[in-house]
Design a protein around this ligand. Structure first.
Ligand SMILES: Nc1nc2c(ncn2[C@@H]2O[C@H](COP(=O)(O)OP(=O)(O)O)[C@@H](O)[C@H]2O)c(=O)[nH]1
Ligand SMILES: Nc1ncnc2c1ncn2[C@@H]1O[C@H](COP(=O)(O)OP(=O)(O)O)[C@@H](O)[C@H]1O
Length: 213
């Protein structure tokens, strides 16, 4: 008899990138709070913690020597220098999650998205988040009130370069209304989870189903 429990799904890697301040951390937090089948990849970084950031939860904060040791020891799936600091994705938790059928959410830049796509092509779903305007991007960077003025300036200056990578992504969300953006993101995830290529055991299930008919 056909049995749906024979169908299992390989986990997918959902990548969110955007210019700083467009809202990817906010979207990621909302998604993590509402979707129990996805876990967040916690990056290592040499950047200093912002007020309220928790070590081991928002990032794993470490010094440059330790970061280099991890990169040299192949402990990172990808890494990049962003705004003068190093950021990287630890390999082991990602492997464990996808082989267990769990999805992983990444808040990484275009360099990380490219490296991840090269290494794990079919597992990666890339979403680019755009701000509705330059003015709102600047307002959001200032409203966050966690970075000094020169850091806000540096991030505004880098926004155009980051945005130029939008064609490398599978989906684009213009983050005007947070609620609508969340609906879009959930819809992407729901559809991608149903992709035929991600469902193991489907051929056998359909064969059994056809035999019954
Ligand atoms: N390649 C790569 N980029 C990362 C990683 N973690 C964070 N980033 C990116 O680094 C940039 C700066 O992040 P952050 O300092 O938290 O600033 P924010 O994006 O303004 O909140 C963002 O574009 C992040 O997506 C990582 O592990 N790898
Ligand atoms: N759709 C939105 N409308 C208004 N403000 C938003 C929206 N999305 C995010 N924000 C605010 O913008 C600021 C930057 O968002 P954040 O998620 O930290 O951006 P990023 O992670 O891309 O740098 C935060 O203060 C956040 O509350």
């Amino acid at each position: 008899m056909s049995d749906t429990s024979t169908i299992d799904r390989r986990g997918l890697l959902l990548v969110l990138s955007s210019p700083s301040g467009a809202g990817k951390t906010t979207l990621a937090r909302h998604l993590m709070a509402t979707d129990t089948a996805i876990s967040m990849s916690v990056s290592v970084t040499t950047r200093r913690p912002r007020p309220g950031e928790v070590d081991g939860k928002d990032y794993i904060f470490l010094d440059e020597d330790r970061f280099k040791a991890m990169a040299d020891g192949n402990e990172l799936l990808e890494w990049a220098n962003v705004f003068g600091n190093f950021y990287g994705t630890p390999h082991a938790p990602v492997e464990a999650a996808i082989s267990g059928g769990r999805d992983v959410l990444f808040d990484i830049d275009w360099q990380g998205a490219q490296q991840l796509s090269e290494k794990m092509k079919h597992d990666v779903v890339r979403v680019f988040i755009l701000p509705p305007s330059a003015k709102s991007l600047e307002q959001r960077l200032r409203a966050r009130a966690q970075d000094p003025e020169e850091v806000v300036r540096k991030r505004m200056d880098a926004a155009a370069a980051e945005i130029s990578h939008w064609p490398e992504y599978d989906y684009v969300i213009v983050n005007s209304d947070l609620q609508k953006s969340m609906e879009g993101l959930s819809a992407i995830l729901t559809a991608e989870r149903l992709r035929r290529e991600r469902l193991n055991g489907l051929t056998a299930f359909v064969r059994d189903l056809q035999r019954e008919l």
